[in-house]
Design a protein around this ligand. Structure first.
Ligand SMILES: NC(=O)c1ccc[n+]([C@@H]2O[C@H](COP(=O)([O-])OP(=O)(O)OC[C@H]3O[C@@H](n4cnc5c(N)ncnc54)[C@H](OP(=O)(O)O)[C@@H]3O)[C@@H](O)[C@H]2O)c1
Length: 245
């Protein structure tokens, strides 16, 4: 597969123009709830999605389910494996937390210079209660960054339920936090998420803050359980971002 130079679209001078262009986005381990939901949402706003998996057959099955669920949407989703998905312009990791760093490393040769989204949380369900775990380097995203040092890792979407991400019949009404040590990654992800109706992307600082967001997701899940709902994050005190420029 032939893809454009992954660095060129992310240079600061050209960013404003190129970010508006639709991209090829590869998802690694995308056959679970998070990956299939993100694939549907990204494809619904016009991106071409490579649905990665360790098994092409499983990817095909899940791709077909997404397309069948949303017959009125023209979703460009290709079933593929993780190796091919990693060759996309932008890559997201949607595996369980303890597989995220090793999955990134397994395709490290394809990730040089690319923005890599990590949406994993290290959580455990203990006696019916969600509890945060502390992965190496403090967060899943930081442990991924260590494995792919030439990539630009951004932690985001960890706190948004897959059910909401994948429900194309409704807007995804939420603030979505982004943490990265690379401005180009924060900008690229901000542009990407701002295309999702209802989403307000927010720059939440460097990758060291991903630890807090991953852990806080346990609190959100606990609130969902306790109050039999699906909570979303919405911060007060931040005006329309266009006013702040
Ligand atoms: N579910 C949600 O609502 C939600 C929301 C936000 C964030 N997240 C985060 O997103 C991540 C994925 O969530 P999920 O519920 O979709 O997880 P999942 O269903 O448990 O796993 C997703 C996919 O990861 C691949 N995978 C599983 N074990 C693996 C391993 N050892 N090595 C490599 N690949 C492996 C599998 O794909 P193949 O077998 O096809 O390779 C699997 O279908 C989690 O870290 C979670 O914290 C989830």
């Amino acid at each position: 597969m032939d893809f454009p130079d992954p660095i060129a679209p992310l240079t600061a001078e050209r960013g404003a123009i190129v970010y508006a262009v639709l991209m090829i986005i590869g998802l690694l381990g995308a056959t679970g709830p998070a990956g299939t939901a993100l694939a549907a949402r990204l494809a619904s706003v016009g991106h071409e999605v490579l649905l990665g998996s360790r098994s092409r057959y499983r990817s095909l099955e899940e791709r077909d389910k997404i397309v069948e669920r949303w017959p009125d949407h023209d979703l460009r989703i290709q079933a593929t494996d993780n190796q091919e998905a990693a060759q996309a312009e932008l890559v997201a990791i949607t595996t369980p937390w303890d597989a995220a760093a090793s999955t990134a490393y397994s395709v490290v040769e394809h990730l040089h210079g690319k923005v890599v989204i990590c949406m994993s949380n290290a959580l455990a369900l203990v006696h019916g209660e969600f509890q945060p775990l502390v992965p190496p380097r403090g967060s899943v995203a930081a442990s991924v960054q260590v494995e792919v040092p030439d990539a630009f890792v951004a932690a985001t979407l960890q706190h948004v339920p897959a059910t909401e991400i994948g429900n194309l019949a409704a807007d995804l009404v939420s603030d979505v936090l982004i943490c990265s040590d690379h401005e180009r990654a924060t900008e690229a992800v901000c542009q990407l998420l701002s295309k999702f109706p209802g989403v307000r992307p927010l720059d939440a600082g460097g990758l060291s803050n991903a630890m807090a967001i991953e852990a806080f997701t346990a609190v959100l899940l606990q609130l969902n359980t306790k109050y039999k709902t699906r909570v979303a994050v919405r911060f007060t005190g931040i005006g329309d971002q266009s006013d702040q420029k």
